[in-house]
Design a binder for this molecule. Structure first.
Ligand code: MG
Length: 214
């Protein structure tokens, strides 16, 4: 069963939420969640194309579990956090790695590296009730048929419930807000003509192509 997505509001994204990915980025596991935002204009759907921005020569795939907020809340206790999620999908946090590395060096925000149009592919949502254990889902990403990322959501540093609780201390969470929960290890570059297929246990598959700007 699928549910239609509510109009997206905030795209709240989490960095370094899998220890092996933090390690491949030569970074450490954070003591608190690393939070950044993407504009909703970055969203594309299944079957659409990621457009490589001319400002970058190194765009990476990051497959992630996405939770959609169904109920408004702030200062949500961790014990109630999952009841605020109405649906789950698989998504991609596309990242201009060269621009992100420069931003990190300069102490600047990641908004440009993460926020280009088409940089938030989002699959169709399945109702949260269809997911029995959100911390026991397999995430997989294949590029041109070759698996590049394959990991279990149990390896998250901060659980989905912990992330919802934490983020709700910062932002009021509203229906339609989407939480990108971080990527596991295996990120890497994409090129024009590539075909990406993202899967997560029990959720609709997300397929996108990659193309050069016209
Ligand atoms: Mg990410």
């Amino acid at each position: 069963m699928r549910v239609s997505a509510k109009p997206a509001r905030k795209l709240i994204c989490i960095g370094k939420n899998y220890a092996k990915h933090a390690a491949e980025m030569k970074s450490v596991v954070p003591a608190e969640p690393v939070v950044f935002l993407k504009p909703s204009t970055a969203i594309i759907g299944d079957g659409e194309a990621v457009v490589l921005p001319p400002m970058s020569t190194d765009v990476h795939h990051e497959v992630e579990l996405v939770a959609q907020v169904g109920r408004r809340g702030r200062n949500i206790p961790e014990s109630e956090a999952l009841s605020h999620i109405s649906a789950y999908a698989v998504g991609l946090d596309m990242t201009a790695r060269d621009l992100q590395a420069e931003a990190k060096r300069s102490g600047h925000p990641w908004s440009v590296a993460k926020g280009f149009d088409t940089f938030a592919p989002l699959g169709a949502f399945a109702p949260a009730a269809a997911v029995s254990d959100v911390q026991d889902l397999m995430l997989t990403l294949a590029v041109n048929g070759e698996v590049r990322q394959h990991a279990c959501t149990r390896d998250m540093v901060f659980s989905v419930a912990q992330l919802i609780a934490y983020c709700s201390r910062v932002f009021t969470l509203e229906p339609g807000d989407c939480l990108y929960t971080g990527t596991p290890e295996g990120v890497g570059p994409v090129h024009a003509g590539d075909h990406l297929v993202c899967e997560c246990t029990g959720l609709p598959t997300l397929s996108v192509s990659v193309r050069a700007p016209q």
